[in-house]
Design a protein around this ligand. Structure first.
Ligand code: TV1
Ligand code: CA
Ligand code: ZN
Length: 388
């Protein structure tokens, strides 16, 4: 009994919905749900599906849609949910009216075929992961199709329609007193921050690029929460080109005292992979190993953990990172050579490696030592307010 945690394997559950990868935002849109198929093929190719608890989420089969919609309505407005639900039945004019009234950017958030089903898919998959944590069936529960951190109460934003993270955390709060939300997507986790800005029961921290009109233009160091939520929010604004060593050092040096002070009962980690080098939209220089180092570190805290996806716009790198991190969750360091007979193997040329080198055509690191040090000192100062 005493040795249980030392000898037993981490209990990992992997939550997926085979249908989610089939949706299309449009031919030129950077968000490609197909990256989920690449991820799943890689995870399966390495044999990881054999050592995890697999949950195949299927809306028709396992889910009571009314219960699901009730959970979504704990965050989203009835009017917005109805808008998404009735997109096909409404006239184009009615839909246009809602878009205009709510200042919705339908280039970023197009209305594509089967949109509502897509939204319910990734949200129910996050709720499936949350359920395993609530029932203490898993130490780590994974949903790579979730992590859509920009969606707001009344509207979609930045490729995100329903905020599966907020809906998931609200459900977690029924059993867990304090939830820590960590966001390593290159974009600011504005939707999650905003949802919990007034409460001390959810601590949100986002690492992101900030400045130069980079979307969503929020996430300044000065945004730290309001009222009961004052000091229960942190932001780590960064500049182009940050590399593994600097990023992971900063990450650990902040997360360590934060966890010590806040003492969360559960962690939700958004693992957006647009912070990797050569991302189509991102401008950081993390490698698969550096990105995964953050996951490894959070796992080492030994707190129940939900892993969700997020951004990531160079599909083969998205799948490399999420597969590597699925390995990490299972205490495995996967071999560099990709599995034989891997579907879509040509996507991984020319290196066919899980850990390709970044090469020379990367952006210059604009984060000076003094900038990073000043940022760290200010963040540690913020964390000290928690004890008092
Ligand atoms: C259609 C076709 C849409 C090509 C959107 C990049 C496109 C972008 C497109 C794009 C694009 C954004 C803005 C625009 C401010 C808006 C999943 C003036 C080549 C979590 C969301 C980024 C990131 C939104 C989501 C951003 C996530 N960047 N080509 N759109 N308006 N929107 O800047 O955090 O990763 O870029
Ligand atoms: Ca972020
Ligand atoms: Zn992003």
């Amino acid at each position: 009994e005493l040795n249980n945690n030392l000898t037993n394997k981490t209990r990992v559950s992997y939550h997926r919905n085979a249908d989610t990868a089939n949706y299309h935002y449009g031919p030129f849109h950077p968000m490609k749900p197909f990256r989920l198929r690449l991820t799943d093929n890689l995870v399966t190719g390495y044999g990881l599906h054999n050592i995890m608890d697999l949950y195949e989420v299927d809306l028709e089969q396992n889910y009571n849609i009314n219960m699901l919609e009730d959970k979504i309505l704990k965050f989203h407005s009835k009017e917005y949910l109805n808008f998404l639900k009735n997109l096909n039945d409404n006239s184009d004019q009615e839909n246009k009216k809602y878009l205009i009234k709510n200042d919705i950017d339908d280039n970023d958030c197009p209305i594509f075929h089967g949109l509502y089903k897509y939204c319910l898919n990734y949200t129910s998959t996050t709720l499936s992961a949350v359920e395993c944590i609530k029932q203490k069936k898993s130490d780590i529960a994974i949903n790579w199709s979730g992590g859509l951190h920009h969606a707001k109460k009344f509207k979609p934003s930045g490729f995100c329609y329903l905020n599966d993270i907020v809906v998931g955390i609200l459900d977690l709060l029924k059993t867990h007193a304090r939830v820590l939300y960590i966001d390593i997507d290159i974009h600011h986790g504005d939707g999650v921050q905003e949802a919990f800005y007034l409460t001390d029961r959810v601590f949100t921290i986002s690492f992101h690029k900030y400045g130069g009109y980079f979307f969503p233009m929020t996430g300044a160091l000065q945004e730290t929460g309001v009222a009961k939520g004052k000091n229960y929010c942190l932001n780590v604004p960064l500049m182009d080109g940050i590399k593994d060593y600097e990023y992971t050092q900063l990450f650990k040096s902040i997360i360590t005292p934060l966890v010590e002070s806040y003492n969360p009962e559960c962690v939700v980690l958004q693992c957006g992979t647009d912070s990797l080098g050569y991302d189509r939209l991102g401008t950081f220089n993390l490698t698969v190993k550096g990105h995964g180092e953050c996951v490894k570190y959070v796992k080492s805290l030994g707190i129940p953990l939900v892993l969700v996806g997020g951004g990531g716009y160079t599909p083969p790198n998205v799948s490399r990172a999420w597969c590597y991190e699925t390995g990490i969750a299972n205490d495995l360091i996967l071999r560099e050579k990709l599995p034989d007979n891997l579907p879509f193997k040509d996507y991984y040329s020319p290196d066919y490696s899980l850990y390709p080198e970044l090469g020379d055509s990367i952006l210059t690191d604009m984060n000076s030592k003094t900038f990073l040090n000043d940022t760290r000192i200010r963040l540690l100062e913020q964390i000290r307010y928690l004890q008092g």
